[in-house]
Design a protein around this ligand. Structure first.
Ligand SMILES: [Zn+2]
Length: 194
């Protein structure tokens, strides 16, 4: 049997490859039908998957951005030149979404302190999901599950103590926790309480 297998290895490999290929399409088709019939279940599964995998997703997305940096810069520069109306719209959008301003401000503050690090709105959104939309410190729910809710971006290790502005040093907290935490670290604050 083993001899036969070795002698026919190529044939076997080709055969199973063909099998996989022909059944892949059928498999994909079945998945598609299932998804169409189970939309709610699907989005629930996707949400759970994101929650469980958000760290890997972040790492992968960071890696991707790092590898495609030049490409992305050139692309967005070209795109902006071709869409002059974008600047005006962008300005208006920023005025209507103060939460992104606070991201810029935090990135800016951390840079000024020389601690470095930066996070994006996307990372912040994923962090919010991973916190189950609750305050990191007191577990109080925000009034809605979007980043339009009133929240503070808290540095677990304060910027004043050398904390970076990377997402792993960020906690989304309610204003009252953030303000009473002041310049304690997250661990100190959680231990001492409010
Ligand atoms: Zn809180």
């Amino acid at each position: 049997m083993r001899k036969w297998y070795i002698a026919h290895k190529d044939l076997q490999n080709a055969r199973s490859k063909r099998w996989r290929e022909t059944h892949k399409e059928r498999q994909l088709e079945l998945c598609k039908i299932w998804r169409a019939n189970n939309k709610e279940r699907q989005s629930e599964l996707e949400k759970r998957w994101r929650e469980e995998n958000y760290k890997q997703i972040l790492a992968r997305s960071r890696q991707y951005h790092k590898e495609h940096r030049e490409e992305r810069i050139a692309y967005s520069k070209r795109w902006r030149e071709e869409h002059p109306e974008y600047l005006a719209k962008n300005r208006q959008w920023k005025a209507e979404h103060p939460e992104t301003r606070s991201i810029y401000r935090h990135n800016y503050d951390a840079r000024i302190k020389g601690n470095g690090g930066a996070h994006t709105l996307e990372e912040l959104n994923m962090l919010f999901v991973s916190q189950n939309y609750l305050c990191y410190y007191c577990n109080k729910p925000f009034f809605d599950n979007t980043l339009n809710a009133e929240y503070h971006i808290d540095h677990k290790i304060p910027v004043s103590k050398g904390g970076t502005n990377n997402i792993d040093n960020i906690a989304i907290s309610c204003p009252s926790c953030n303000l009473s935490k002041y310049n304690k670290t997250a661990d100190q604050f959680l231990m001492v309480g409010k």
